[in-house]
Design a protein around this ligand. Structure first.
Ligand code: 6LW
Length: 486
């Protein structure tokens, strides 16, 4: 099997940021943020740290994940996954239900079901960590934050995880190495020390991992002299914005970390289109401090493709399918197609830099980063339109009448490398998006569009591209979809 270095190849590709990891025996589990998409918090399993399979989602009910305003990049932000006394714990923040405080759910089987939510209403902010001190007291460490001033500081508090009640006053701990946005704390008891690891510098170009240690969880902390212990700021590395890490120990006693990064492409300033992805690093310990060895692991190249056939009647949803609002249960599968009601969208993450996806449907099929930035194929009878939506403004760029029988129209969206020059003074997007329709045995290309308008640099936010099925004004019937990474 081909393999590539961990520093350039994600372990979980395509819009899976803020990875958090734990190990139980020989099994590793990893969860990532998922924002407005429901079910929320995809959960992956591995036995070797380098190959991961999605086994479910943590937040599968609207009691666990209150929908709120369902805005792009709202919903579920960074969290922490841990295992203790036979139970998995996941703690996170729903920024669309912010005043509910931190949310804790538990499960004996990480594939689910996860419990009803417990709210830590006394801890308002983001990026909660859950850890237990030597006496078994549960500690939540989080980034205090509000929507008026943004980030404030990092606090810790003892709680009862069964009720969410605070067991005392919260108190400040380490506040980072001095960069803005000291957040994403994770607390560990390793050897004689308690370590607090942070994301600092914001989740973009300055993103970094920093660490401090203390004799007790509450401090006093001393920062690592080598901080930041991971960053790619001011580099032309293929993977940048690296940060927001979580540590794990192997059964053999070695250490590793998962962290997020992005893979920009195209002319300056570069455009990333898959959101923030999860990467793996080795960890060495030098003088009692963790050192990232990002090229330690070889990542096997796996086939990301899938084929979904909805013509056979109702079946269970594969955990890859998500909706940006509402519930998967609104999509009827009983009639030989997935019927996506008007105003809803059925989505799946794009996980590759070059890829193609085909859908047999009537209605709309699009590549989007959010509803205001998309390239769409609209199928209405034998008429297929290619529509570009940028900044909320939509324009029909091509219209085509399908030849021959039209009960079953297939359309295709693909991403290919840009044909433009990247430097000097280049005008290359990260890729080009081709929209095509099948006429009999042949494909007719309707549009070739610059991929930068479906990138984070244009759309803003924390998410990445998804393929979305659904139309604002009428139902879409999706019979089949295939996806191939190339
Ligand atoms: C995450 C926080 C962050 O909760 O981005 O910029 C948030 N910082 O650490 C969403 O991933």
């Amino acid at each position: 099997m081909a393999s590539t270095n961990a520093s350039v190849t994600p372990i979980v590709s395509g819009f899976h940021p803020d990875p958090t990891i734990c190990r139980v025996g020989g099994d590793y589990y990893l969860a990532t943020s998922s924002f407005e998409y429901f079910p929320g918090v995809p959960l992956f399993h591995s036995t070797d740290l380098v190959t991961w399979t999605q086994i479910g989602n943590v937040m599968t009910t609207r009691e666990q994940f209150v929908e709120g305003a369902a805005r792009p990049s709202g919903g579920l932000w960074a969290g922490t996954l841990r295992h203790r006394d036979g139970l998995f714990y996941y703690i996170t923040t729903n920024v669309s239900d912010f005043d509910a405080g931190q949310i804790i759910v538990t499960a004996s089987d990480p594939a689910g079901p996860w419990s009803e939510p417990v709210h830590v209403r006394g801890a308002i902010g983001i990026d909660p960590d859950i850890c237990w001190d030597d006496d078994g007291v549960c500690l939540v460490t989080w980034h205090r934050f509000n929507w008026k001033v943004g980030g404030i500081d990092v606090h810790q508090v003892a709680i009862d995880p069964a009720t969410g009640e605070l067991l005392g006053e919260s108190y400040p701990v380490w506040q980072g190495s001095g960069m803005p946005a000291a957040e994403g704390p994770h607390l560990y008891h390793i050897g004689d020390w308690w370590y607090l690891m942070f994301a600092e510098g914001g989740t973009e170009k300055g993103h970094s991992v920093t660490v401090a240690r203390a004799p007790r969880p509450e401090g006093p902390y001393e920062g690592c002299p080598a901080n930041p212990i991971l960053t790619r700021r001011s580099t032309f590395a293929p993977v940048v914005h690296t940060g927001h890490a979580d540590l794990v120990q192997t059964p053999e006693g070695d250490w590793a970390a998962v962290y997020l990064g992005v893979r920009p492409a195209g002319s300056t300033p570069g455009y990333h289109v898959l959101g923030r992805e999860s990467f793996l690093s080795g960890i060495d310990w030098v003088d009692g401090w963790p050192v990232f060895v990002t090229d330690r692991y070889e990542i096997p190249t796996t086939d990301p493709g899938f084929a979904e056939d909805f013509t056979g009647g109702a079946a269970a949803w594969h955990p890859r399918w998500v909706v940006p609002a509402g519930d998967l249960s609104e999509i009827d599968l009983s009639d030989g197609a997935a019927r996506v009601p008007a105003g809803r969208a059925l989505c799946v993450r794009v996980t590759d830099l070059t890829w193609e996806a085909e859908a047999e449907l009537s209605g709309s099929f699009e590549l989007r980063i959010d509803a205001r930035h998309s390239y769409r194929l609209e199928v209405e009878g034998d008429r297929v339109r290619a529509v570009r939506t940028v900044g909320g403004f939509s324009q029909i760029v091509a219209s085509h009448e399908v030849a021959g029988a039209t009960e079953r129209v297939s359309v295709r969206i693909s991403a290919v490398p840009s044909q433009e020059r990247t430097v000097p003074l280049g005008d290359a997007g990260p890729d080009e998006i081709l929209l095509a329709v099948r006429d009999g045995d042949a494909w007719t290309e309707l549009a070739r569009l610059d991929g930068r308008y479906v990138s984070t640099e244009v759309a803003s936010g924390f998410t990445g591209r998804v393929l979305a099925v659904g139309d604002a004004s009428s139902d879409t019937l999706l019979r089949t979809m295939t996806y191939r990474g190339r």
